[in-house]
Design a protein around this ligand. Structure first.
Ligand SMILES: *Cc1c(COP(=O)(O)O)cnc(C)c1O
Length: 484
């Protein structure tokens, strides 16, 4: 049988030759592609990328793995954005650890679905063990004979974890009427909180934004005032979302103070640790999360600071019984009197990937300290780069880093305040088009700033300062161009 014919077969023991040959063809193709990477991107414009893809006739298959991979390279890999490249410093994307890639092979090949025990068996308990382990790292109480203790479930990402957490919070107070419910989050909280409020049917004023201090942390006194005003207006505090690692500044809200206020108002305390959750594995900075153990629910994105491939996230709750707000029984799947444990009882999803296996093999091969050290090293890197950047007369820093992001802008001496935003927007576009490095941007008080998100443990200060040099020279050239 030729390789092209065998490659059509489904995964099956009888076709193991075809399977091995196809996968090896894929690995060979990927490793050749990876060796050719020399920058995070080539800055291809949307019109060009769209045309390459649109020209493919999906009704005319190539019938051959190698040919299809060559085509895929032209449409996708040649222009892909490579998060492992040391010139990449844009969004919260990580290079991935190898044990998790080994796991991916099993996740997809075996194709277990983690909704019911009769579709996964050991997988159900591997996921539960990881949830319990994460809960213990948070400091949640374990269950006992008379108390259920902590629990949780893997999700597709922080957005889904936050939605589920707020859904559970709503369940406790929804009898007061949805339009009266309020969620409190810092002005720098993640936009998925707003989205969740809308999806949960709350009113358009449901999310109350609490101002932040100079380090971009929620101001606890302002939260106290907002909670008091809420109750005085005969409205109902549904949840407070504290962020442990804001997306822009990596700021960690004052968790103990927020916990006290949540207790005083009997309000659900959710910690969005999508970014800062990696500190749960840190051997040097775990204390930054002090107070997280008082939360009702916590979002952890393993696909950010645990160096896992997308998707890998979890919502962990203090009290397993609160998960019953997403429980629904179907006779054909998870009847109420089921003899077996069914993860679907705790999940918003039904068919669900065994993403937990990636974290499992990572922990079993590398151990948690290595993951925590990786995160610590990029936090160290951010501090080091921050100190060097403060020496540049034409660079302005928005804040000192807490985690691994740096918000800054190029501001040549004498430049009009009114022109700085546009100048930095143009620098970012020029860098994207050039392809040697990639940075993000955000707005602070309505003005455009540039942002580094450092998540590559292999990047050195010289690599990141090289991007700074490129930003400064690009900015200086633009000024000279404008003056000519
Ligand atoms: C990334 C992020 C999210 C959303 O997580 P996804 O995995 O992208 O859905 C939520 N909150 C914070 C603070 C984040 O940084």
């Amino acid at each position: 049988m030729t390789q092209s014919a065998s490659a059509h077969h489904l995964f099956h023991p009888v076709n193991s030759d075809a399977w091995v040959t196809s996968l090896l063809t894929g690995i060979d193709h990927l490793s050749r592609q990876l060796r050719a990477v020399n920058g995070p991107s080539n800055g291809t414009a949307p019109e060009q990328a769209a045309k390459l893809v649109a020209d493919v006739d999906l009704d005319a298959p190539l019938g051959d793995t190698s040919a299809a991979l060559e085509e895929m390279s032209r449409l996708y890999l040649d222009d892909a954005v490579w998060f492992h490249d040391t010139g990449y410093a844009a969004h919260l994307n990580c290079p991935v650890v190898i044990p998790a890639l080994v796991a991916e092979l099993f996740v997809s090949s075996v194709n277990s679905s983690l909704d019911t025990y009769d579709q996964s068996i050991g997988g159900t308990f591997i996921e539960r063990h990881l949830v319990d382990w994460t809960a213990a790292r948070i400091g949640f109480p374990a269950g006992s004979t008379d108390r259920p203790g902590a629990d949780g479930i893997f999700t597709s990402g922080g957005t889904q974890s936050n939605l589920q957490a707020l859904h559970l919070a709503r369940g406790r107070v929804e009898s007061h009427g949805l339009e009266r419910l309020r969620i409190f989050a810092s002005a720098d909280g993640h936009f998925s909180v707003q989205k969740a409020a809308r999806l949960l049917g709350l009113g358009s004023d449901a999310v109350v934004c609490i101002p932040v201090d100079a380090q971009h942390r929620m101001q606890a006194p302002a939260l106290a005032d907002a909670l008091a005003a809420c109750v005085a207006d005969d409205l109902v505090p549904m949840a407070v979302v504290a962020t442990a690692g804001t997306t822009d500044f990596g700021a960690i809200d004052p968790l103990p103070e927020v916990a006290d206020l949540c207790r005083a108002y009997a309000t659900w305390f959710h910690v969005d640790a999508a970014y800062g959750g990696g500190l749960l594995a840190s051997t040097r900075r775990r204390h930054l999360l002090d107070g997280i153990e008082r939360a009702d629910s916590v979002t952890v994105d393993y696909h950010k600071t645990w160096f896992q491939p997308v998707s890998a996230s979890a919502i962990i709750v203090r009290d397993a019984e609160t998960l019953s707000h997403v429980t629904w029984h179907a006779d054909y799947l998870n009847p109420k009197d089921a003899a077996h444990p069914n993860q679907v009882d705790k999940s918003m999803q039904t068919t669900r990937r065994f993403d937990a296996l990636k974290l499992w093999l990572t922990l079993r091969i590398m151990g948690p300290d290595r993951i925590g050290d990786y995160f610590d090293s990029v936090i160290d890197l951010a501090a080091q780069v921050h100190d060097a950047m403060t020496q540049c007369v034409d660079i302005e820093m928005a804040a000192a880093p807490t985690l691994s992001t740096l918000v800054f802008r190029h501001r040549p001496v004498g430049m009009d305040a009114g022109r700085v935003s546009e100048h930095n927007t143009r620098i970012r576009s020029a860098l994207f088009a050039d392809g040697r490095s990639m940075v993000a941007s955000t707005k602070v008080n309505g003005e455009v700033w540039l942002k580094f998100t450092l998540l590559n443990p292999l990047a050195r200060a010289t690599d990141v300062l090289g991007i700074v040099d490129q930003i400064r020279s690009t900015g200086a050239e633009m000024l000279m161009g404008a003056a000519r």
